[in-house]
Design a protein around this ligand. Structure first.
Ligand code: 48H
Length: 262
């Protein structure tokens, strides 16, 4: 069969924009395709919700690809192991309660679970702002402002476009980018003890893992924090390359939003 290059182009453009147009009014927009964002997308999409992840980098996986210091193995504790089991990610018990998994397989399998469940992943898209509205007398985030990452990286002055969402999950990891922008640009208070970002603390894995789950919650009307962003927002510790808390946080944020959408 002779190949017509313009049909290849048309196939990509048509199919991409079908996917994009079906994401203009989302149930849930997730910022960041690290372990917490991918897990949340999987759990939300398998309930039939319209969900998309926007990831700045060309690659998905955030900090999970590299395991610890690029030794690409992750560790998951007993509490999080069932999520790897359910995703079909093989684990080995290293010592009682400590399981290892291949970091690349864990990342790709979580991404496969999310996309096969119907979540859409837009890699190479950066979320640079949010849409703010006053609804019933209360300020609420109702969308995200996105730009193509190469435009951002090149510093080109090209305007972004907007996606609506009922809920936004900030899963941007240590940098907590979306909430930082929300606070910097608007006179608003968060649902944190000080009303501001509490900030990430140093390493204390045991406490950090438990806190990640507690801190996975709504931080501003319409915005939930998950994964490392939850600890950066509510002021808890880091945990190094143990990933149970990230996976459990993804499951919890999905469950909380599903309850709200009902
Ligand atoms: C689009 C963005 C934007 C933006 C950032 O860091 P992540 O892997 O996030 P988590 O919370 O799922 O997992 C954290 C984990 O990987 C980790 O770092 C741990 C456990 N650290 C412990 C320690 O002690 O260091 O992924 C976040 C993703 C990244 O891929 C970013 O590129 C992306 O979010 N991102 N995408 N628009 N504005 N900001």
């Amino acid at each position: 069969m002779p190949i017509d290059e313009t049909i290849v182009t048309e196939a990509i453009a048509t199919t991409f924009f079908e996917k994009f147009k079906s994401s203009l009014d989302l149930d849930v927009a997730i910022v960041g395709a690290g372990p917490s964002g991918l897990t949340a997308a999987w759990k939300l999409a398998e309930k039939g919700l319209n969900v998309a992840i926007f990831e700045r980098k060309l690659s998905i996986g955030g900090g999970m690809w590299g395991g610890g210091v690029t030794w690409n193995i992750i560790v998951v504790q007993e509490e999080g192991k069932h999520i790897l089991d359910e995703a079909g990610i093989p684990t080995k018990e290293f010592k009682k309660g400590y399981y290892t998994a291949d970091a690349v397989l864990a990342t790709t399998q979580l991404a496969a679970k999310a996309t096969l469940s119907g979540a859409k992943i837009f890699n190479c898209f950066s979320v640079e702002d949010v849409v703010l509205r006053v609804i019933d007398g209360e300020k609420r985030v109702t969308g995200i402002v996105i730009n193509s990452s190469p435009i951002e990286i090149a510093g080109l002055h090209v305007d972004p476009v907007v996606i609506k969402c009922k809920y936004l999950i900030e899963a941007t990891g240590h940098d907590l980018e979306v909430i930082n922008t929300l606070i910097r640009k608007n006179d608003v208070r968060l649902f944190t003890p000080t009303g501001k970002i509490e900030g990430e603390k140093s390493m204390w894995a045991d406490v950090a893992e438990a806190h990640t789950l507690d801190n996975t919650k709504e931080v501003f009307p319409g915005v939930f924090v998950a994964g490392m962003a939850a600890n950066a927002c509510f002021g808890s510790y880091r945990m190094g390359p143990i990933f149970g808390g990230m996976l459990l946080s993804g499951v919890k944020v999905a469950e909380e939003i599903i309850k709200r959408l009902k």
